[in-house]
Design a protein around this ligand. Structure first.
Ligand code: SAM
Length: 283
């Protein structure tokens, strides 16, 4: 088994230690390193862990796992797709594990999905070593574009019904994906009734980032709606997503019929109910 700065050996066991913040480290006992390569952007690994199965790890940070990746991927996809009444063209920014594209492909009315991922190596690694998340995605509606999402969005106008920002944490190449100027480019790239969603980090550990995303989107969109889900492998567990919409506000779906493990009709109807401390934060 390969040892890098991210691993620690305790007895005969190998542990991945994610450095979350000064006073918090999260460790996973690892069975095997299945893939490990450095790209021009980051260190890409797929590991097999004891409790969470296979996991994608970028620069030592767990991005998604075969045991709980479906929670995040379903929540960031089916909520916007259940608000827009007729989404035909969808843009995904980031999303290299292909889990979001896989969910969007469940909608037959979606004709085209542009997936703009900065790092081709993430897609290659996940297609080969993380099929539980990527589903070996080969739907012809998905166009893979390997460029910076910030640059891509800046050049688009009035093109997309839905934009999903499935980014890593706001450091390195993903830092700009949390900026107000990026969100303003997304607004321009959306059609006049379009809507976007971004992951807006942990309201427990990164309330500042959550509040900032909310403030940026509120200054650009008439409708802004945060929602949450619990993702066990994300620090703090509770995770947030924020929708910025030009026109549509409510879930229009009445009989949710997609094959999912987390999202249901009841969940669609209840997902915008927020814990009190989050309501207070955005007052
Ligand atoms: N669900 C995960 C989470 O919240 O931690 C993130 C999933 S996905 C793996 C994030 C992807 O965003 C990565 O593959 C990364 O390469 C990509 N990414 C980061 N910065 C980017 C940028 N500027 N443009 C496009 N993709 C970017």
């Amino acid at each position: 088994m390969e040892t890098t700065q991210y691993f620690q050996k305790i007895g005969n066991d190998m542990w991945l230690t994610e450095d979350e913040r000064d006073n918090l480290k999260i460790s996973y006992r690892i069975k095997e390193v299945l893939y490990s390569e450095k790209s021009p952007f980051q260190h890409v690994m797929v590991l097999d862990s004891y409790d969470f199965g296979r996991m994608l790890v970028l620069d030592g940070v767990v991005q998604t796992t075969s045991s709980d990746g479906y929670i995040y991927n379903e929540m960031i996809s089916h909520i916007p797709l259940s608000i827009h009444p007729n989404p035909e063209k969808v843009l995904i920014i980031g999303g290299g594990d292909c889990g979001v594209a896989r969910e969007v492909c469940k909608y037959p009315n979606v004709k085209e999905i542009d997936m703009v991922e900065i790092d081709e190596l993430v897609v290659k690694a996940c297609k080969e070593y993380l099929p539980e998340v990527s589903g070996n995605l080969n739907d012809p509606r998905v166009n893979f574009l390997y460029i910076d999402g910030v640059q891509y969005a800046a050049e688009k106008e009035n093109e997309y019904d839905i934009i999903i920002v499935d980014s890593s944490d706001p450091i390195g190449p993903a830092e700009q994906l949390f900026s107000k100027s990026f969100y303003s480019h997304l607004k321009k790239a959306l059609k006049e009734d379009g809507l976007m969603v971004c992951q807006s980090q942990s309201p427990v550990f990164h309330l500042d980032v959550f509040k900032q995303s909310h403030a940026h989107l509120s200054s650009l969109f008439p409708i802004v709606k945060p929602y949450t889900a619990v993702v066990p492998t994300y620090p703090g567990g509770l995770w947030s997503f924020t929708i910025g919409s030009k026109k549509y506000e409510n879930i229009h779906v009445q009989n949710f019929d997609k094959e999912t493990k987390y999202v249901s009709q009841d969940l669609l109807e209840g997902c915008f109910k927020l814990p009190q401390f989050i309501e207070d934060a955005i007052k």
